[in-house]
Ligand binder design. Structure first.
Ligand code: GYE
Length: 342
């Protein structure tokens, strides 16, 4: 992918795999239920939707990272621009809050439900409830492990296994002259698709050479605070850490603080790889503190609104829509930084 070790793309491409159709239900309204996950309604008029605006219930994971904030902004502004009525709910990284929000959307008879599942498992019951109510569901960003893929219309999001592979491939090249490489891993939220897949993809590559050893691996819940805390523990317990692989930028940025406080140089004493590509990570790269960022693009709001319109209109949509992403080694950061939009 990036053998040259130099700059790469950031194209946004769509990959279609299979197709599936769906019909929407009739629109509802009724404001939020007052349940834990706060729901706000955002309205914007548009010519075509003068008498019947599509009502979208969206359950977001939370506000745990820079990536998530950018994703929320993209969805809110795209919904507004597309003339949809958005009922937005923040689950604060808790599955139970998402399930409550989805049930509330069903009660309110929204036209379509979209959500980014905080974890992969445990969705069949509530997805079945939506299906029985005739409300189509679109998965965004993270997928579910349900066997029955008729429970949702489509999944739009990144290929997290591929992101893990890209991180591993860069490291293999970077460490080609080393004989022993001790890696610590900061995992994302336990049970979430990106944590599972980014681990899998990375391991798939580094396991081909036994010189790579993951000496510690723990969740940092995708946040800076946890990333710092867990890195502090790693530094205490491990004498010789060569590499930090963080499943997102925020955890890497938290870990950098811990590394500096321990009197070590991030990016030199410990090679750092992270995923997402938020601006702060590019700044850290220009300062020599992060060595590689694998891009994960959160700005698929406009694409999502197009899909939602098609789903509600009963048109065929691809079952899987992937977002294609780039890889940025440290040397490319200064040039790329001004162009970063999240
Ligand atoms: O990498 C992380 C966020 O699901 C792709 O969630 C998303 C991940 C992203 O908290 O920063």
């Amino acid at each position: 992918m990036k053998k040259s070790g130099m700059m790469l793309l950031l194209a946004l491409a769509m990959t279609t795999v299979a197709a599936c159709g769906s019909g929407g239900s009739t629109g509802g309204n009724a404001p939020s239920t007052g349940e834990k996950p706060a729901t706000t309604t955002e309205t914007k008029s548009n010519e075509a939707a003068a008498d019947k605006k599509i009502v979208l219930g969206f359950s977001q994971v939370g506000a745990e990272s820079g990536w998530r904030t950018a994703n929320t902004d993209s969805i809110k502004s795209a919904a507004s621009e597309a003339g949809l009525e958005l009922k937005f709910s923040d689950a604060q990284q808790k599955q139970e809050n998402q399930i409550k929000a989805i049930r509330s959307f069903i009660q309110q008879k929204v036209d379509v439900i979209a959500f980014s599942p905080v974890v992969e498992s445990g969705w069949d019951t509530v997805l079945k409830e939506a299906k029985d109510a005739g409300i189509p569901v679109v998965l965004t960003d993270r997928s579910v492990d349900s066997q029955d893929d008729s429970l949702y219309e489509t999944f739009i999001g990144s290929d997290f296994v591929e992101e893990g592979r890209k991180a591993g491939e860069w490291l293999v090249e970077k460490m080609k002259d080393e004989t022993n490489v001790n890696i610590v891993e900061l995992q994302g939220t336990t049970g979430s698709a990106p944590a599972i897949d980014r681990k899998t993809g990375f391991e798939e590559i580094i396991s081909k050479d036994s010189k790579f050893k993951v000496v510690a691996s723990q969740t940092g819940d995708f946040t800076r605070a946890k990333g710092k805390e867990v890195m502090q523990a790693f530094l205490k317990a491990q004498k010789d850490i060569d590499v930090l692989y963080a499943h997102n930028d925020d955890m890497a940025l938290g870990a950098i603080q811990a590394i500096e406080e321990a009197g070590l140089k991030p990016g030199e004493d410990i090679i750092i790889i992270s995923i997402d590509g938020i601006k702060d990570a590019f700044v850290a790269m220009t300062e020599g503190k992060i060595n590689l960022v694998v891009e994960c693009n959160p700005q698929f709001g406009p694409q999502l609104m197009d899909i939602i319109k098609d789903v509600v209109a009963g048109k065929e949509v691809p079952k899987r829509i992937a977002v294609e992403e780039g890889v940025f080694p440290m040397e490319t950061a200064a040039e790329a930084l001004p162009k970063r939009t999240y």
